[in-house]
Design a protein around this ligand. Structure first.
Ligand code: FAD
Ligand code: A2P
Length: 281
């Protein structure tokens, strides 16, 4: 009956509240979670939003203010839910709390998506590179599930560099599932999913491919391994998401190949976004 239905819907207790629908812990430093999507939210795959929780009550007034941080939406624009991939900073104001969220809990989500890691900011090309470190994989988790990625390019190369093998797990599983999932095969096309080349590397733990992606680009290992020509503004486009130091080093490499930075207002050969602000944990 309508009465029972009304009782079943929990009244939101936070402004811009969304409900957590699943949580997966990947390592003691990394987790991902999914939340309900506001009906009115439109975004482009690769964009980020502000999310968070209510902060602690003010010691005198008892008032609580939202504690918000920028987060890439890791799910594609067509998805019913929103996915996020998060670090756990032990004494981080937000993530020290956010890491404890459970199914049914609420988070705050400001429905104002923005960002430069979008197809609109790139000129047409043949080969698309996604360069990521750490949680910088998140916007590419969205773009890898976006059909336009494959409509626009013949080849899609995703590199992910982490310290340890365990930190690659979220990305590795996402790509494995993406290729095996029947719904994805139907939505994106098996031939399109075959365009994905996944190139994971680690720097502090033994794995099949060791080293910083910057070093592997500089010495030509990446091109030899993948059997592709060196990056050129004629054919290659790139999206970059990692720490400030990583972004700076990749940017210098891209400029060295002759690529020019793009923006929403003026599309170019590559685009960059910070995965976080600061030196890392
Ligand atoms: P903060 O006080 O915000 O950070 C404390 C310190 O932790 C920082 O100074 C930095 O050294 C380190 N740190 C923060 N975030 C990270 C990280 N992701 N990886 C490694 N070290 C970090 N974070 C995500 O986990 N997932 C995302 O998808 C994501 N997208 C972002 C998009 C943009 C455009 C920006 C600017 C940041 C993004 N961040 C993302 C970082 C996020 O906004 C917060 O910094 C993070 O959630 C930690 O919040 P905090 O309050 O616990 O600690
Ligand atoms: P390294 O272990 O050699 O520092 P972090 O956890 O510090 O954010 O780093 C994530 C991954 O990105 C690590 O594998 C790290 O390698 C790599 N990395 C950090 N800075 C750079 C950079 N400037 N250029 C290339 N790779 C980087």
């Amino acid at each position: 009956t309508p009465v029972n239905q009304a009782a079943a819907v929990k009244a939101p207790t936070l402004p811009d509240a969304q409900t957590v629908t699943s949580v997966t812990h990947w390592t003691d430093r990394l987790f991902s979670f999914r939340v309900t999507r506001p009906a009115s939210l439109r975004f482009r795959s690769g964009e980020f939003v502000m999310i968070g929780l209510m902060g602690d009550p003010h010691p005198e007034t008892g008032k609580q203010k939202p504690l918000l941080r920028a987060y890439s939406i890791a799910s594609p624009a067509w998805d019913d839910e929103l996915e996020f991939y998060s670090i756990k900073v032990p004494d981080g104001p937000l993530t020290s709390k956010l890491q404890h969220i459970q199914v049914g809990d609420e988070i705050i989500l400001r429905p104002k998506p923005v960002g430069t890691l979008v197809h609109d900011a790139l000129l047409p090309g043949k080969r698309l590179w996604f360069f990521s470190t750490g949680t910088g994989f998140a916007p590419f988790a969205s773009l890898l599930r976006e059909p336009q990625t494959y409509e626009d390019y013949d080849e899609v190369i995703i590199t992910h560099t982490c310290r340890d093998v365990a930190e690659l797990a979220y990305g590795a599983k996402l790509i494995e599932d993406l290729k095996a999932d029947e719904l994805m095969q139907e939505l994106i096309g098996t031939e399109n999913l075959a365009k994905i080349r996944y190139y994971p590397t680690t720097t502090r733990e033994q794995s099949p491919k060791m080293g910083r992606i910057t070093t592997l680009l500089e010495n030509g290992t990446v091109f030899a391994d993948l059997g592709v020509p060196a990056i050129s503004p004629k054919t290659d486009r790139a999206m970059v998401c990692g720490s400030l130091a990583f972004n700076k080093d990749i940017q210098a490499l891209m400029e060295g190949y002759g690529l020019k930075e793009g923006a929403n207002s003026e599309p170019g050969h590559y685009v960059i976004e910070k995965a976080f602000v600061g030196d890392g944990v």
